[in-house]
Design a protein around this ligand. Sequence first.
Ligand code: NIG
Ligand code: FE
Length: 417
Amino acid sequence: MSTLIYNINTLVHTEQSLKSRYFGEEMAALACANNAFLYISEGKITDFGTSNPEILNQIQNQDPGVKLVDAEKGHVFPCWVDSHTHIVFAGNRELEFEDRIKGLSYEEIALRGGGILNSAEVLRESSEDDLFQSALGRLNEMKKLGTGAVEIKSGYGLSFESELKMLRVIKRLKKESPLIIKATFLGAHAIPEEFKGRKRDYLQMLMHEIMPVIQEEGLAEFCDIFCEKNYFSHEDTLELMAAAKDYGMTPKVHAEQLSHSGGISAGIKSGAISVDHLEFASDVDIQSLKNSGTMPVLLPGAQLFLGLQNPPARKMIDAGCSVALSTDFNPGSCPSGNMNQMVSLACILYKMTPSEAIIAATSNSAYAMNLEESVGSICRGKIANVFITSEISSYAFLPYSFGSNLVKKVFLKGELQ
Ligand code: NIG
Ligand code: FE
């Protein structure tokens, strides 16, 4: 199966050779091809460039079975990469949403047993099948909005049975969804009721009972922890991540979301592939991120939804860091999986330029889930995950027109969805 997309106004984020991530000012220089074609075969990007009748004829002569797709002067983008989600969940939290509107804080709701523990209570009662169906529905919604790769975390089970149940649901999603999916073990998301006051025992259970099963069944590529006051500390993070690596998982950290709790430095020391949220990141953190292999991932949806302060995005980019963007799709702090919206918010709230935000939501987020060689740009040999927009005047029109869905057609592994 091969496809030739022609009549493309602009092919966005082209690369002549593979680049694993973009730092600082490199993020401002989004490469594009105007009046372009894109040739896809066997699910991969085979060729692209400026279009002319000769090249289109040549491809059709060489490959008479090629399917022609008219982009109708739309832009073609690499699909969004969402490197941080919690889309396996049961129930919703709109009552807490109302409580917060009336003045309670996220922390206050959590301290009285709401928040993550509320979601855990409902998830424990849900069947694997129901969880699978609802998560698949969310993936389909995200796919229509142009997302082609998604990281999914456990973390609403918080027990031996229910954490593994969530990870098995993710394993099934990997098999049955056309999106590229990676799984993260987030047992250290909160301390469940039955371990109240016994955090050490809970961590021991995660490390000595659950992690061996995860390795045996191949259930997770990454391990994450919520490093935050009232949750897990810098030291807990170092300890859990050392164990995670022993069991074949790569560290990730929920860091500096509600306060400066040392998650970034613990993440970097542990060799984390990403540290995420970062509203309370310091200047020292920014310097250490710059000199590390760890990607800072910003989640503007969660920040806006919880009314938190902006993370220092501009400072990070100006200091020469790479920065990624993702949704954090979850029932408590971001009930949205819309990456177009995140790109808009990054421009509006963080003063990232459209070029910076698009690179952050593609190449740099692909790095944050170890997919930088497979997706995230229009590069020969990469998986053909691309979307076609309606006819727009420039790529900046996409974040500018926030709230509209301009994604018209989505191709995953070269197949029209
Ligand atoms: O990424 N901060 C920790 N975890 C999630 C929220 C989870 C929840 O509220 O259900 C987050 O924001
Ligand atoms: Fe999260």
